[in-house]
Structure formats: C-alpha cells, structure tokens
Design a protein around this ligand. Structure first.
Ligand SMILES: CC(C)(COP(=O)(O)OP(=O)(O)OC[C@H]1O[C@@H](n2cnc3c(N)ncnc32)[C@H](O)[C@@H]1OP(=O)(O)O)[C@@H](O)C(=O)NCCC(=O)NCCSC(=O)/C=C/c1ccc(O)cc1
Length: 541
C-alpha cells in the first residue's frame, strides 16, 4: 500500500502515517544497482565533457604542481596498470594509505578503485600503535605513504610504496602496460575509513562503491553555473575530504589543495587561484575571522565557505560575515558511517537559519526517535536522528556488536546525535549522545584516553570529557582520581598521554577529583560529572 500524498506535509516533509521525514530536496536518480560500476567510473561519467578537457582538476598550492583532467586520467590509468601487472594487486585486496593532501592521493584512489582494490586512508600523524590497530582492521596487502611516515607501516605482503618519490612518479607516467579490465560491482567494498563510532576504540567503516556513487549522485542536481575553484583544506583521509574527490571530478571543479594547513598560505591560495569555494572545518573560519592576515588582501573571488566536521557557533558565523560581507557560510552535517553528508544548507537563505545544519539530501529518509519510548516523533520534538538511504555503510569491520548497535535490521542508521527537525524541514543538532569529543573536527574517543589513563600506576580512575575551546571547538579534559599519596601533576598526566596518541587526541586540561560518578554497572555518568565538576562552563556538544 502506498503512502497517501496528503500524509506528507510539504513544508517539513513529515509523513503522519510512517512518522518519517521525507527529504524536501529533489529525488536523486541513481544507476540501477545491478549495473557493474565503480565509484571512480561513475564520477568520470558524470563529468560534463568540455573540448579537449584540459582544465586543471587539481593544483597543489604548496608546490604549484597541477594536473589537467586528461593528465589525471592518464596517470591514474597508468598507475592502475602498473599496480595490477607489476605489483600484482587484485580485486578485493586492501591498500592502506597514510598521506597528507598531495596530488598523488586522488590519482591513487581512482587507480585502486578501478581495480576493485579497497582504499583505506588514515591520518599520517597517527602513532605507530594507531597504525597497527588500523592495519589490523583493514588487513592491507600494500601501503602507500609519504617518506616521513614510512617507519610507521608494518611489514606487508607487497611492502610500502612511497608516494612522494621519483619511483612513484614513474609508476604514474611510464609507458602504459597492458591491463586486464576488472569488473567492479556497486556492492563491492570500496573503502575502509576510520571512525570511533559511538564508543571506544577506532573502528573500520566499510563503504561500498554504491555508497560513494549515491553520495556523488546527490551533488549532481546542482551543477554550478560558473567554473568552480575550490580550496580543499580538509584532509583526503576523512570522509569529508574523501568524498569530495568524487564530487569535484563529477562536477568539473578545480580543486586547490595544501599539504599542511597554514592560515596565511590559505589566504595566498584564495588570492592566487581566485578561489570561489573554501572547504574547511570550523577552526579555519574562526581563525579567518580573528586574525589580521586577511587585511589588504584581495579575497573578492571567495563566495562560499563550506564548513563541516563539527558545529560552527553562531558567534563565529557572525564574526566571519561581519568581516567578509556578502560571503555565505554553508554548514553541512556528515559522518563516516554515511560516506559523506546527511544535510546541508544550500544557499544564503538556508544558511541564515541560525543553528541549523540545513536540510537532508534527496537520498535520505529521516526520523527522530524518542530515546526512552523508541517512538518516532513529529517536527520540533527532540530525539535521536536516524537516517536511511543508499550511502549507509555496510558495517564495521569484524565488529558485529557495534554494527548491530548502529544499524537496525530494517536499514536505519542511528546517528548518535540528539536532534530535531523544524516545521520547514531544517535539521538542528542539539547534543551528542555518543561519547565523542571533536577537536578541530577530528574525533577523539574518551574511552580510548580513559583506558590509557587507567593504565598509569598512580591513577585509580579516570574519565575524559569535552571542554569548550574557542579555536578547536572542544579539547579533551581528564578527570583523575590519584592514588593516595600520589603527587602526580597535570603536566605529567598530559605528557603521559601525549607520548601515546596522535597530537589531536592529546589531553589539554586536567582536574583532580575524589571520585568518578558511575552507575551500578560501572558506566561513567558523564552528565553528572559535568555537573559536579564544572557546573556552568560545559558545552552541549
Ligand atoms: C585545518 C584544521 C582545522 C587545523 O589544522 P592544524 O591546526 O594545522 O592542525 P592539524 O589538524 O593539522 O594537526 C593537529 C595537531 O597535530 C599537530 N601536528 C601536525 N603534524 C604534526 C607532526 N608531524 N608532528 C607533531 N605534531 C603535529 C598540529 O600542530 C596540531 O597541534 P595543535 O596545534 O596542538 O592542535 C585541521 O585540523 C582540519 O582540517 N580538520 C578537519 C578534520 C576533518 O576533516 N574532519 C571531518 C571528519 S569526517 C566528518 O565529520 C564529516 C563531515 C562532513 C561534513 C560536511 C560534509 O559535506 C560532509 C562530511
């Protein structure tokens, strides 16, 4: 039985029969699921052909190196042939990639995906122990990394290829070898990305070609009227930057990248390459609003700032728009588990809804679920956001428990975010139910830091909570119960952790307490800890 049209409120998208929110965006036409198609081939196929198509697809603003579309395709195909015929990579193998934003990275992604090889990118500032954990999850046969990170990679069947090397340049440019066409199904695994999920240690998020195809397809309805130059600060190794590779290829955008973020160099790049769109996490918006480096610079090309990865506060938006009048900050809300984004604000009007993360994309159905009763709620009611659509991950690698806690049998993904949807279909994220800290848009799992702290001989108990920070959004703060007689101080606690984790996970504040409040089963009562320890200043998100 179909849903009667009148049951769906055209303003909010809420269906009074099913109690779900339908997207207010146009439906996305996707290729039939049974067609053999890889994510890279789909992105190429959507690209509008232009004569000779030698527009630059990517520019490294650090080195000035650039690749035209035809050169990108040539390099990617030559590399694929090399990896297949000389290295021996096969469909279903996994490749671990540990790199900063370099031109070689998207070329490599496209080459691997065309071979049906699973791409598994991670942050190059990960420690050796973090790399070990990630590679245990993705089980790679080969790694690709930058010269400064080679020492972190364990021994692998086909070893490690250094991508900022002359040898790699040759692999992409030497005369093409014969290549056997690989048949990639949309349901095949395309990526294993890393996420903390809702709790604890890092998890491997399994993303299929279909997931990426659907995410890429969702961008296509709005082709830009003028050529887009996009400066991508966000890293290729997280889903935000990762899915942009396909989006930008499909939409004929020129992407400018930066090997290491630097505010002044960001401004230089905007000026030099006449950047129209800037894709960043909130700390960049905050820094641009505050620092004087933009004074006297010609940023007239800049129209839009795409901000995601963490919420951007109202004050930050106001400060930015006061300094750069006429620019639009379009916030998006996404997560690794959905291979990209769930919602976004599309224009100035939508962006002016303070506190909202825009409207959900045409590929999503959403519901707001009451935490206790489990019932689906109507507009303006607060509950956990669940989404359903073709970009939802396949699950977490070797973690059926976490998978079943996140994905329901009928295909809904529980986001772990407390939200409401208003009468016009705008999504508002009010609080985070999952135990997660967002430092500069990176996930930090309190449980990981708590386990490390508890391993310290002078620490009896510990809890880690997010603490608000103007620049980073949140910083991890540790609450420590010391052994009696212990003289352990703040600096020693911070140092103990800093030695064991990537820099963005560092503990940046410490408070010594007499006990950590817990429930009967030993679960930390985080809300109570906030109340008793820092009653006023704690953040919601
Ligand atoms: C540009 C940022 C905001 C700031 O850069 P930074 O200040 O230079 O910091 P780094 O992130 O490079 O490095 C972190 C720390 O490590 C340090 N570090 C660095 N390399 C070293 C070294 N080799 N040795 C030692 N220390 C070092 C570095 O100095 C820094 O230390 P500290 O200043 O104390 O924070 C950068 O953090 C950043 O791009 N963050 C974005 C992260 C991100 O993409 N998150 C998205 C996750 S996925 C998601 O949520 C999806 C959302 C989404 C949203 C919208 C959509 O449309 C779709 C999806």
């Amino acid at each position: 039985m179909g849903i009667s049209d009148f049951a769906v409120d055209p303003r909010s998208g809420f269906c009074s029969e099913t109690k779900t929110f339908h997207s207010l965006r146009p439906t996305v036409q996707l290729p039939p699921e049974n067609v053999l198609l890889s994510a890279d081939a789909y992105a190429y196929s959507l690209r509008a052909p232009s004569p000779g198509d030698d527009s630059p697809v990517i520019i490294n603003s650090t080195t000035g190196q650039r690749l035209s579309y035809s050169e990108f395709v040539r390099r990617s195909k030559t590399l694929a042939a090399y990896l297949q015929s000389i290295v021996g990579l096969n469909k279903g193998d996994a490749a671990y990639i540990l790199s900063t934003n370099l031109i070689q990275v998207p070329v490599l992604y496209f080459a691997l995906l065309s071979l049906g090889v699973v791409v598994s990118p991670a942050n190059p500032i990960s420690t050796k122990a973090e790399v070990a954990r990630q590679t245990q999850l993705c089980r790679p046969v080969i790694a690709f990394t930058i010269s400064t990170a080679v020492h972190k990679i364990p021994k692998l069947r086909y070893g490690t290829i250094v991508i900022d090397s002359f040898e790699f340049e040759l692999m992409m440019t030497s005369p093409r070898r014969e290549m056997v066409d690989v048949k990639v199904s949309q349901s095949d695994l395309a990526g294993i990305m890393y996420s903390s999920g809702t709790t604890g240690n890092v998890k491997g998020v399994m993303v299929t070609h279909r997931n990426l195809i659907a995410m890429t397809g969702s961008y296509i309805q709005r082709k830009a009227s003028s050529p887009v130059v996009l400066l991508q600060i966000v890293p290729y190794f997280h889903v935000y930057g990762f899915h942009y590779v396909f989006k930008c290829m499909a939409r004929n955008e020129t992407v400018v990248i930066m090997e290491k973020y630097d505010l002044e160099k960001t401004i230089d790049a905007v000026e030099k390459y006449k950047v129209r769109d800037l894709a960043v996490a909130p700390p960049v918006v905050v820094a641009m609003s505050k620092k004087a480096v933009t004074e006297g610079r010609d940023l007239s090309s800049l129209e839009t700032v795409l901000s995601g990865g963490a919420p951007l506060g109202k004050e930050s938006i106001e400060a930015f728009t006061a300094k750069f009048p006429g620019r639009v900050i379009r916030q998006g809300y996404g997560m690794t588990e959905v291979s990209g984004r769930i919602s976004e604000a599309l224009d100035r009007e939508e962006s002016s809804r303070w506190g909202s993360s825009g409207k959900s994309l045409g590929i999503w159905e959403a519901k707001i679920v009451d935490q206790e009763a489990g019932a689906s709620l109507p507009p303006l009611k607060l509950g956990e956001l669940w989404v359903k659509g073709p970009s939802i991950m396949k699950g977490y690698v070797n973690d059926s428990k976490a998978t079943s806690e996140t994905l329901t049998p009928d295909g809904w993904l529980r986001t772990g975010d407390l939200c409401y949807i208003d009468e016009d279909g705008f999504l508002f994220i009010v609080d985070r139910l999952k135990e997660l800290i967002k430092y500069k848009g990176y996930q930090v799992a309190p449980a990981e830091l708590e386990h490390l702290l508890q391993s310290h001989p002078q620490i009896v108990d510990a809890a880690v909570l997010p603490y608000p920070d103007d620049e980073a959004g949140q910083v991890p703060m540790a609450f420590i119960v010391r052994r009696p007689e212990s003289k352990l101080d703040e600096a020693q606690v911070m140092d103990f952790i800093a030695k064991q984790v990537a820099p963005y996970k560092k503990i940046r504040r410490v408070s010594f307490v007499t006990r950590i409040p817990k429930n009967a089963s030993g679960k930390i009562l985080r809300k109570e800890l906030k109340k008793i320890s820092l009653p006023e200043s704690f953040p919601k998100l």
